[in-house]
Design a binder for this molecule. Structure first.
Ligand SMILES: *Cc1c(COP(=O)(O)O)cnc(C)c1O
Length: 453
């Protein structure tokens, strides 16, 4: 294989000139020296100058086994020898069929039909439209509203933003959005009530029940990030809360949409977050880890009850009128199949749990650092909330950009991570080794220490 050499300055100049980056203040960014990735291998990324970094957030929460995994690379090559893409509109293809079977075999019991798309946001749009239309088919067209959790994040398209609730990301578009009903999310570190985990669960469920009592007759569905609210700062639910939400949705005849885009495929230590509390949602969305972090495929999975409500004579116009150009893409589905097979072969879930315990142990050291307020972890989803003052839990002013500065220092020390405000996010690929985790945690500790002391 020939290695192409790229000149950093030329690329950086073209990057400034032509590329608009996501979630990035470009005025600031173009005055900085960008990292330009050239290649990856295992849990490492290499830039065009030859610097190596740990992929400490799994390339934004996606990566499962690492980069350039032989089995996954081969699955794409093999599929490429057949065909890259043909449409799923009115025809089928081999990998899309076989992946759907594999997914249903692994999904919470009761989920039955897979609808493909290409990002977490589109999977959520589809879930919203399915839930909305379902009630029309059931003769209850007044059930049109959605309940969501405060600080929720479900993606960046307009429907997904409408059920999102992070002011910083969503405020600018508020007049463009449909209204959603916001329920308080259990954020135990800053809870309005003191009390044990059980008491927190009971309190927040009773709050949710009030919301449901007042609005269930007009509510189509409740959408939630199960077990861990990700983008709001890796906020872990108290035990029993998710199960309680399922019971309340059933009681009040409101569909439950579990957005497992971040939590799915082993991230929390089980294949799906819902598995921890034996919950079956009516609709489950997944993406991110589905292809092992290789290609953009997402799914919206529904129960037969929902699917069957859409069946009817052609003239009844009950069809689900939704699709994307690349729905059911063969290359993506082929690598997703290979990802699931490799997870089975390598016992990735067991490995991820072992890694999670190992990381949990080491994270105890981080409380030595005075500005570490709260360390939250579920599986290999970790958030470290930094505070000005540990005793009063006084947050850092956002202008201080404490999270950005810690991540900047981590980059200098050889690890790429991204913060969520004052929360440092650590999400290593599930298949990292103990030695690799140690190296990453050393950098994490060092960066927090240097920047906060
Ligand atoms: C990342 C994320 C999404 C959006 O997924 P994209 O692929 O970025 O569109 C939706 N929901 C949750 C919970 C996520 O973490």
């Amino acid at each position: 294989m020939t290695t192409r050499k790229f000149d950093y300055d030329t690329l950086a100049e073209k990057n400034k000139r032509y590329v608009w980056h996501p979630f990035t203040q470009m005025k600031e960014y173009i005055n900085d020296d960008p990292v330009i990735i050239a290649s990856g291998d295992g849990r490492r990324l290499t830039d065009v100058i030859g610097n190596e970094y740990w992929d400490g957030v799994s390339s934004i929460w996606l990566n499962v086994h690492g980069h350039r995994v032989p089995e996954l690379d081969q699955a794409i090559r093999d599929q490429l020898d057949q065909i890259a893409h043909s449409t799923l509109l009115g025809m089928a293809n081999i990998p899309a069929i076989l992946l759907a079977e594999k997914l249903i075999q692994r999904m919470p019991k009761g989920l039955a039909k897979v609808f493909y798309s290409d990002s977490g946001a589109t999977a959520v749009e589809i879930a919203i439209k399915m839930a909305f239309q379902y009630w029309q088919h059931k003769g209850q067209p007044q059930k049109q509203h959605f309940i969501t959790m405060k600080e929720a994040y479900h993606g960046d398209t307009i429907g997904a933003v409408s059920v999102g609730a992070i002011d910083l990301y969503h405020k600018a578009y508020s007049s463009l959005l449909f209204h959603s009903i916001k329920a308080p999310y259990p954020y135990m570190y800053r809870s309005p009530i003191a009390g044990s985990e059980e008491e927190q669960t009971a309190f927040f469920l009773s709050e949710l029940e009030k919301t449901l009592q007042a609005s269930h007759h007009k509510t189509a569905a409740l959408i939630i990030e199960p077990l861990v609210q990700g983008a709001s700062g890796i906020i872990v639910m108290p035990q029993g809360y998710l199960r309680g939400v399922r019971e309340l949705c059933t009681k009040y005849n409101v569909l439950l949409i579990a957005d497992e885009v971040a939590t799915g495929f082993g991230r929390t230590g089980r294949l799906f977050a819902c598995d921890h509390e034996e919950v079956t949602p009516d609709i489950l969305t997944a993406g991110k880890g589905l292809t092992g972090g290789y290609l953009p495929v997402a799914v919206t999975v529904a129960t037969d009850e929902i699917y069957e409500s859409f069946l009817g004579e052609y003239e009844e116009q009950k069809t689900f009128f939704h699709g994307h150009s690349y729905t059911g893409n063969q290359l993506g589905c082929a690598v997703a199949i290979a990802n699931l097979e490799l997870m089975d072969k390598n016992n990735t879930l067991v490995e991820a749990e072992r890694n999670a315990r190992y990381v949990a142990n080491r994270l105890q050291e981080f409380y030595e650092l005075l500005h570490v307020g709260d360390i939250r972890q579920k599986g290999l989803m970790i958030g470290i909330e930094l505070v000005m003052d540990r005793y009063s839990k006084l947050p850092y002013e956002w202008q201080e950009r404490i999270g950005v500065r810690v991540c900047r220092r981590a980059r200098e020390l050889g690890m790429l991570i991204r913060p969520l405000g004052n929360v440092i996010v650590f999400m290593p690929p599930l298949a990292s080794t103990f030695e690799e985790l140690d190296a990453m945690l050393d950098i994490l500790y060092q960066s927090i220490k240097e920047v906060t002391q």
